[in-house]
Design a protein around this ligand. Sequence first.
Ligand SMILES: [Zn+2]
Length: 505
Amino acid sequence: MTLAILASRALSGADASAVRVETHLGAGLPAFTVVGLPDTEVRESRERVRAAILNSGFEFPNGRITVNLSPADLPKASARFDLPIALGVLLASGQIAVPGARGDVAPQGLQDMVFAGELSLTGALVSAGAPLALALAVARDQPGATMVLPTVSAAVAAWVPGLLVLAADTLADVAAHLAGSAALPAAQPKAWAEAAMPPCLSDVRGQPMARRALEVTAAGRHSLLMIGPPGAGKSMLAQRLPGLLPPLSRLQALEAAALAGLTGSQTVLQGQPAFRAPHHGATAAALIGGGAYPRPGEISLAHHGVLFLDELPEFDRRSLESLREPLETGRVAIARARHTVQYPARFQLIAAMNPCPCGWRGHPGRPCRCTPDQVTRYVGKLSGPLLDRLDLLIELPATGTDCLTEPPGEPSAPVRERVARCRERQQQRQGCANAELQGSDIDACCELDTEGQHLLHQAMHRLHGSARSTHRVLRVARTVADLDEQPRVLVRHVAEALQYRCRLR
Ligand SMILES: [Zn+2]
């Protein structure tokens, strides 16, 4: 075989697309060229491949070696092509005799195999980089395929069902496997550490209306803005939302963990939705994603989980505006000079803010020192279109010391059960959560009787509500009716939904 073709994967955003690694050995002056617009990293890979081949007991062939990574327009900034390139050189030069190979025809088995791994100069395999993202993409595109990865990466990739993942420690081990002299072992999935339980709702004393709003938020996968003075319990409530949500499916958990890069994602892997609370000083790139080497932002780290933005008006206006697109589509596109990367960002948005810059407006015991102008400017930092995308807007009253003597609130577990039943109803009726109802499905699922229509019409007129915010009220009313286990949305459900539509002033 003078031409070897092996399959690998290139990471683009959170996805990993197929790459063909073609290695040709021809006659002529010795040369080793890698083409296909590789980055500096891939050029460095040439030196590692050469040393690894020599130090694994093979010869570096004396001829013109051309490696083509195709397609050429994929970003390929990774050392994970070391392994397929080195194997290509060994196959093309006949140093690995693959059973079933003849002439230029690749053996059958190689077509269903995907190789990735960085080589050290000694020929040891170091890691494959983003193994979970690679394995999810291979399982999706080539179910039943075999992946050959460094042992440390293989242990993570083995979490993904529908693949055979083989673990290799050295280039020589992979060569022996292909030659049929010593089989690589199937990877042992890495053990998951025991995850801590999320904080319990029973810690929140008082605030019955806010607790109820949080349950409705969880039950319909709605977005929520809480307005209240410092100490009213806004952050406490937000932190307790993940503990009220249904557990993630296996695939959702793996997708979320692939984005989080496995750091701090143990709880996510065990099905607990992520909770991300970036500081209001976070840059647009940190929040939305980006950078010279694009990385997922907080909104993608919150994929299938909760994004909590405390002190919402303090966030950079442009960053807040760029939340609108992912809130609608569940994805974010980041434009780079030569290509666009996409990251999933299907998050549930919870936000909180003070009623005014000093925080004490409307507080019974402390004076507010803000001028009406300052308050208007503060609230004005939130654009209408962003507010229009929030389903529930609630005011939290100040809590005095008397709330400490109140008995503990209902714990998370029974609330979570109600939420799960409620989500099940939505799934059976319309195949999505109420917050995701669109267009004619809203009319079909949230049909009101005359009394309900009348109340909604009057209220929206009084609130100067847009068509968009009327739809928000309808979706929330649908969730309230589902918690009430009612097939129809009744006037009392509309009335409760309207309570969660407080006006900012
Ligand atoms: Zn104030």
